[in-house]
Design a binder for this molecule. Structure first.
Ligand code: F6P
Length: 338
């Protein structure tokens, strides 16, 4: 019997509870014990734990958030690396730590493993920007929510002859923007990976209106780096607090086009609430795969999606950069602009 430590860190996303449930169910079925750390790495640094038995994870599959809580505290930034969590792990007899997180958390997990604590990673994030995996859970739900919101905003934009800007999350990558934008038929999509001058966006909107349409929907990724846009402030963990860039873009587009413009920032709505069936299934598969990997003796590995398969890849394959939208996908989106 092994003792498995489990934590969720970074921004929450739909599917975290499904993954927790899967890890616990698979671990207990194999005769192991699971200790959860509250609020991400903070629980491992401060010895704040919760025993995760089968009863504790009943009824959570379809619930948003994470029963473990999460935070952006990091043992390398706010402590002295693995040494700041090893006393707690030793006290609870943890043999393997399973870390559910986005790219930043998983890079920290790689460093913790390199400093001697066996770690297995599970990728999650609505941003879909974790390298070395085709997709992360949370993304499908965020795209569904954003698509429905854009659909709704389209009808009111049409009724009022307006240009409607919809800002979506995604940090420095435009995955949510491109997927939801294609799905909802956006007229322009602005993403960080392939910057578009606002003059060009205005030209596309004007052209559309000249062809007889009297409204336009523009999807704006929160991380666009337009030279006219102010740099974002930082939160208590030194993490850039994005959100609201569309409010800076709107008056510029309004001035360039002459059309009345409105802004909706979807914000944390994209992360809250129940996961889609697809995210529940993916999170469940990844959680079970992590326990299988542990049983094989894997460590320093992340459970990744490659096509339809879940495969272990070294956490060190994450590299330094998030995974961006490929040009081919943005070109598909561009086909429908205007
Ligand atoms: O990484 C997920 C994410 O939702 C980003 O899309 C967004 O920029 C960020 O987290 C928001 O973080 P917070 O919850 O700290 O405001």
């Amino acid at each position: 019997m092994s003792t498995v430590g489990l934590l969720t860190a970074g921004g929450d996303c739909p599917g975290l509870n499904a993954a927790i449930r899967a890890v616990v169910a698979a671990a207990i079925a194999d005769g192991h014990r699971v200790v959860g750390f509250r609020n991400g790495w903070a629980g491992a640094m401060d010895d704040d734990t919760i025993d995760l038995d089968r009863d504790r994870v009943r009824g959570i599959l379809g619930r948003g958030g994470t029963i473990l809580g999460t935070s952006r505290r990091d043992p390398f930034v706010h402590g002295n690396g693995a040494a700041s969590i090893s006393p707690t792990l030793g006290r609870h007899g943890v043999d393997t730590l399973i870390v559910i997180g986005g790219d930043g958390t998983l890079r920290t997990a790689a460093r913790v493993d390199a400093e001697g604590i066996p770690v297995i990673g599970i990728p999650k994030t609505i941003d879909n920007d974790v390298p070395a995996t085709d997709v992360s859970f949370g993304f499908d739900t965020a795209v569904e929510i954003a698509t429905e919101a854009i659909d709704r905003l389209t009808t009111t934009a049409e009724a009022h002859n307006r240009v409607q800007l919809v800002e979506v999350m995604g940090r420095t990558q435009g995955w949510i923007a491109v997927h939801a934008g294609i799905a909802a038929g956006a007229d322009v999509i602005l993403i960080p990976e392939f910057p578009m001058q606002l003059e060009e966006a205005a030209e596309i909107i004007r052209g559309r209106h000249e062809r007889g349409r009297n409204y336009s929907v523009v999807v704006v990724a929160e991380g666009i780096d337009n030279p006219r846009v102010a740099p974002p402030p930082k939160d208590a963990y030194g993490f850039e607090r994005l959100g609201g860039v569309a409010y800076e873009v709107a008056p510029i587009l309004e001035a360039l086009t002459g059309f009345e413009t409105r802004v909706t920032v979807l914000g944390h709505l994209q992360r809250g609430g129940k996961p889609t069936a697809r995210d529940r299934v993916l999170a469940s598969r990844l959680g079970a795969a992590a326990i299988e990997a542990m049983a094989r003796g894997d460590r320093g590995m992340m459970m990744a999606v490659r096509g339809n398969a879940i495969v272990p890849v070294p956490l060190t394959d994450l590299g330094d950069e998030p995974r961006g939208v490929p040009r081919e996908l943005y070109e598909v989106a561009r086909t429908f602009f205007g």
